[in-house]
Write a protein that binds this ligand. Structure first.
Ligand SMILES: NC(=O)c1ccc[n+]([C@@H]2O[C@H](COP(=O)([O-])OP(=O)(O)OC[C@H]3O[C@@H](n4cnc5c(N)ncnc54)[C@H](O)[C@@H]3O)[C@@H](O)[C@H]2O)c1
Length: 265
């Protein structure tokens, strides 16, 4: 009788295999979510592009279809808990399961803290933190039923360090870090892993809309970068694949930083 090899023949060849899995990507109609959705589809994942922006979501779906992948569009406002649960039911009905959830819907608002408008503070917390939480609850529930699934929350360097004129954003992303840890702890023994990705300042429509490429916020961040270069959305795909796949089986409750070394300084 021979002992089973420590690493069975072929084990590593399937570690990153995502073919046939089902992913929901919130905020998939733009920026980081769109890039991750397209990247997953290139690996054979069926992607549900969930967004409030119909045109953006449709553009991502069309790109995936042109590239030979599988995607559908779902209208979703992540700040509505009811809509999150309704979409989770619909995806389970239509696709049978949900293997991967990427929470990329989010926004930013710039203001000095002493003048930060209450409605804008609520808007950012509702979208970035509660929206992420509602989707974790809704799609995480489906995953718990399957006893398998991977949730990836888009966090930020702002989950760990401060920068000016972004106090609501910092509060929301600090919250995303702690929600990620809390849910990872509760769900580990039921097969669901919860992690995050912490990007540096990225080139995306959000960065342009928030004036981040030229604002006091962006100037502060840029002055502390190890090299003067924004991240590209496609540069997050590798980490999103790792966290979604069986290659990260022992990884849960962490934010994997894609910050070009920002937090080392
Ligand atoms: N751009 C950066 O520099 C950067 C850095 C770190 C983290 N992030 C985070 O990454 C995520 C994506 O940012 P991005 O740069 O791709 O932004 P983006 O504006 O390009 O895309 C965000 C998407 O979210 C969608 N969205 C907004 N509100 C929604 C809602 N209520 N329900 C569903 N969808 C909604 C938008 O329609 C849009 O398609 C955000 O959470 C952001 O905080 C961005």
């Amino acid at each position: 009788m021979t002992d089973e090899p420590t690493v069975p023949q072929g084990y590593a060849t399937t570690l990153f295999d995502l073919a046939g899995r089902v992913a929901v990507v919130t905020g998939g109609g733009s920026g980081l979510g769109a890039a991750i959705a397209i990247g997953y589809a290139q690996l054979g994942v069926t992607v549900v592009v969930a967004d409030v922006n119909a045109a953006g979501a449709e553009a991502t779906r069309a790109t995936i279809a042109e590239q030979g992948g599988q995607a559908t569009v779902a209208m979703l406002d992540v700040t509505s808990r009811d809509q999150c649960f309704a979409l989770a039911d619909a995806v389970k009905r239509d696709h049978g399961r949900v293997d991967i959830l990427v929470n990329s819907a989010g926004s930013a608002f710039r203001s000095p803290a002493e003048d930060f408008p209450e409605d804008k503070f609520n808007f950012i917390l509702d979208l970035n933190l509660k929206g992420t939480y509602f989707c974790c609850q809704a799609f995480g529930g489906v995953m718990l039923g399957q006893r398998k699934g991977s949730i990836i929350n888009i966090a930020s360097i702002g989950s760990f360090v401060g920068y000016p004129w972004a106090s609501a954003y910092l509060a929301s992303k600090g919250g995303v870090l702690q929600v990620t840890k809390g849910l990872a702890l509760e769900w580990r023994d039921r097969g669901v892993r919860v992690n995050g990705i912490g990007p540096t300042l990225m080139e995306s429509p959000l960065t342009k809309a928030a004036g981040s490429t030229t604002s006091i916020t962006a100037d502060f961040i840029k002055a502390r970068m190890l090299r003067p270069r924004l991240g590209l959305p496609k540069e997050l795909i590798g980490t999103a694949v790792f966290l979604a796949s069986d290659a990260s089986e022992l990884v849960t409750g962490h934010i994997v930083m894609c910050d070009d070394g920002y937090l080392t300084a």
